[in-house]
Write a protein that binds this ligand. Sequence first.
Ligand SMILES: Cc1cc2nc3c(=O)[nH]c(=O)nc-3n(C[C@H](O)[C@H](O)[C@H](O)COP(=O)(O)OP(=O)(O)OC[C@H]3O[C@@H](n4cnc5c(N)ncnc54)[C@H](O)[C@@H]3O)c2cc1C
Length: 381
Amino acid sequence: MADQQKLRVAIIGAGPAGLGAAIEFGKLPFVDFRIYDQATVLREVGTGISIQPNTWRMLDVMDASRNISPDEIFRPADHHSVQHRKYSESSTCTRVSFGSTKGTFVKYRSIAPPAILSVVRAFAFPEHKISYIGRTAYRGIVPTAEILSIPNFPDGVTFWHGPTDWVYTCNLNGGNYEITVNAKESADVARVSWGEKATLEEFQRPWKDFGPTVQAVINKVTDVQKFALFAGPRLSSVVARGAVALVGDASHPLSGAFGNGAGFALEDSYALAQSVAWAHRRGHTLKDGLTLYDCVRSPHYEEMYKILDAFAASDAILNEKDFSFDEAVAHTIRGKWGAEHFWLYEYDIQDVWKKAAEAEDGRRVALDTSHRESITVKFAS
Ligand SMILES: Cc1cc2nc3c(=O)[nH]c(=O)nc-3n(C[C@H](O)[C@H](O)[C@H](O)COP(=O)(O)OP(=O)(O)OC[C@H]3O[C@@H](n4cnc5c(N)ncnc54)[C@H](O)[C@@H]3O)c2cc1C
């Protein structure tokens, strides 16, 4: 196909969404794409990333899963996915629930700043605003041997909960252990966006009420990065101006709430490329393709925001009631870490997209038929 006849696509950002889009558009011979990233160097953020079944599905579809070395994947020896433990000063460590998802955890490289601060979204939806949510994540990597030298330390994927904050510990294999903490922080950290260095003092401060195992973990960390978390309201659409499609964090500014943003990003890229290819095959316009993409992804994000509303309701109860430490932890785990939203991790975008495209084909055929019928009636009358 002559170059001038090709659809020219600019992909802004080479995070999971941009790279997924590049892979998927690379399969379409009628597309000429370029990928742009503001970063001049590829550097390691220094964190692990959980890969849920929906993410693995996309990595398989994109033929990218074979590039992930088995040495960089961690699955706990007892095969559970995630365990939640509460830890108060007085009580001993208690495993309070098991997640039923089948996540695995790999080392992750990325470049900054994050797409949640997207300039493309600001261009497409200038009235939309995001803001700092009052929470900051801190991450550090510690040699595995040091963490496992802590007496009775569970070598798994563990969230250690306080009433509002948590510490996450996860073996990354290859001799590294990830320690991530998520804490309420005042707005002055909001200037920092993604992967800036933090001091040990600010990293250790929120955990003074946690028990000795968590304290021991925190004290092993010598090098910390911080990630101020931002979010904004749901966008009414993930497409704009007939030619702009938002993918990844740009399309759903909800601050990594489900620990599955890379999966959502790959699903977006897949659905977008499929929709553009669908429009091309049928001789429809690019705008038609983007509308189909929007019909697939906007309702999905609407459902996710409903889950966040439920989380907010759980937080409101926590603020109102005078819970003890243990009651508060149990309440938070019930309200936010139950199985109600695990469907997100099993979501099958291929199936959802296929059904949406079939429905749209059917709608167009019905429209066409009724249009022809009305012409026939007009001529007959
Ligand atoms: C603390 C934390 C933990 C998380 N844990 C998980 C997890 O366990 N599992 C999971 O699946 N997800 C997780 N996520 C979410 C996941 O990291 C994101 O959802 C995912 O990286 C989004 O991909 P993206 O491509 O949309 O954006 P990003 O990864 O943010 O990539 C954006 C890219 O765009 C580039 N860019 C930015 N501005 C410009 C510009 N103006 N011009 C050109 N390029 C630009 C950046 O350099 C970057 O390369 C977590 C997020 C956070 C904050």
